[in-house]
Design a protein. Structure first.
Length: 433
């Protein structure tokens, strides 16, 4: 298997590299921690290691060192497609090298061979679907696959610690292979006929998802590829990635760990942001009777801010430029449906809102993030059920978190266990006591 062989060749040198770093420089000071950071959600504390991705304040997310434009341009693409194979992206995340066409297709073929979802998963989801949110269904479906965990079986058989990554890779491939079908079934059982979807062996991973939710055409296949690639990873510190890493650090398998990560993704401050951004655009469109003039939108924005509310999708904790993931989707929309009124409104908001936020002076970075437009693309192609958008996010995020966990096992990263302090201790430290 291509990923097994590539990682087997890399891991010994990486282990030696990490061992030398931790043994020879374990007391080197990386950063200072303030009371504000301790009480402020550990914001910006440098305490995690991921070689999968890094958010550059000036360039946005880098996946294995490549910017988003470079990833889209350089990854292999299906014949006639604008957007790359997601299997090529997964190869890049795991191996750290830009794949050839053959290597990207090898990952796609691995997924096809592992894509069959057990019938009991569909039966279980169908029973609870009427009373459950799509994210609850998604998380429980992942958890219900746990009985198939190779890592759990191998661990209890007594495998060596330096082999932990091997069944974790197998489990990660088995899990990610099934996610498009599981997500499509959740969509179908909640919003359509409830039919069990069946992947087409002639289609790639993302194109299969597009077809299984009933959206025909090459354009939505490209939207799906783009969406899953853009949402794959965003450093290890975001909630879904960090929770997955934290749970896996206890040697839980990827099914337990990713189900927990999905529960974090379901929170309004994480994965639900995309639907809030689209809802705001639709509200503006309705209240202003269509696409407003620049001055109308400017006044509406000031009125909105003066009422004590924020503009969803604008502002980023790290980036000091427009999120390249936002730009990639904006450019796709401009090319394929320039007359769509919600796209035109999103583009006008991009022109007006940052300027107003700068004048207001409260936002350190008033540029848009990925959520400001991602729902607009889904809405245009007929996927208009807002509650489902975070499931889409979760399918993409699985790629990054599983790659991180495989490497955490390969490098023997320990159980994560930060130290807590009391408020009184912090007060004494702050007073110099």
């Amino acid at each position: 298997m291509i990923l097994h062989d590539k990682l087997s060749a890399q891991i010994p040198a990486w282990r030696a590299r990490v061992k030398a770093l931790t043994q020879d420089h374990s007391e080197a000071v990386v950063d200072r921690v303030t009371v504000g950071q301790v009480y402020g959600g550990m914001r910006d504390i440098k305490s995690l290691v991921s070689d999968i991705s890094y958010v550059d304040p000036a360039e946005g997310i880098r996946l294995r060192g490549y910017t988003i434009p470079e990833v889209i341009r350089q990854l292999p693409k299906p014949s006639g497609a604008e957007m790359p194979y997601v299997g090529g992206l997964y190869y890049l995340l795991l191996v750290g090298e830009m794949p050839t066409d053959e290597q990207a297709l090898a990952v796609e073929d691995e997924w096809k061979a592992r894509s069959v979802v057990p019938q009991h998963i569909f039966d279980f989801l169908r029973v609870i679907a009427p009373m459950a949110h799509p994210m609850q269904l998604f998380s429980q479906a992942v958890l219900a696959l746990q009985s198939s965990s190779l890592f759990t079986r191998k661990y209890h058989e007594g495998m060596k610690k330096d082999e932990y990554w091997l069944p974790m890779l197998e489990d990660s491939l088995n899990l990610t292979a099934k996610l498009p079908t599981i997500a499509a079934f959740i969509y179908n059982v909640k919003y359509r006929t409830g039919a069990v979807p069946h992947p087409d062996p002639e289609l790639d991973w993302a194109a299969n998802f597009a077809r299984m939710v009933g959206v025909d055409g090459k354009e939505y296949e490209d939207v799906s590829r783009l969406y899953f690639i853009l949402h794959s990873d965003h450093e290890l510190g975001n909630v879904s990635a960090h929770v997955t890493h934290l749970v896996a650090s206890s040697l839980s398998d990827i099914y337990y760990a990713f189900s927990a990560g999905l529960n974090g993704l379901a929170g309004p401050l994480h994965g639900l942001a995309n639907q809030e951004c689209l809802a705001w655009l639709l509200e503006v469109h309705k209240k202003l009777g269509g696409v407003p003039t620049r001055e109308q939108l400017r006044q509406y924005t000031w009125d909105w801010l003066n009422s004590g509310r924020v503009i969803p999708g604008y502002g980023h904790a790290v980036l000091r430029v427009p999120d390249p993931r936002f730009v990639a989707q904006l450019e796709f929309a401009k090319k394929h449906f320039p007359d769509d009124e919600i796209y035109r409104l999103a583009a006008l908001v991009f022109d007006v809102v940052p300027e107003v936020l700068k004048e207001q002076g409260k936002a350190k970075n008033p540029a848009p993030n990925v959520d400001a437009i991602s729902g607009t693309l889904q809405y245009h192609y007929g996927v208009r059920e807002f509650d489902f958008y975070t499931v889409l996010f979760g399918v993409g995020r699985a790629l990054g978190v599983t790659a991180n966990v495989v490497w955490a096992r390969a490098l023997g990263q320990p159980l994560e266990r930060p130290k807590s302090l009391t408020t009184k201790m912090l007060e004494e430290l702050a007073d110099g006591g």
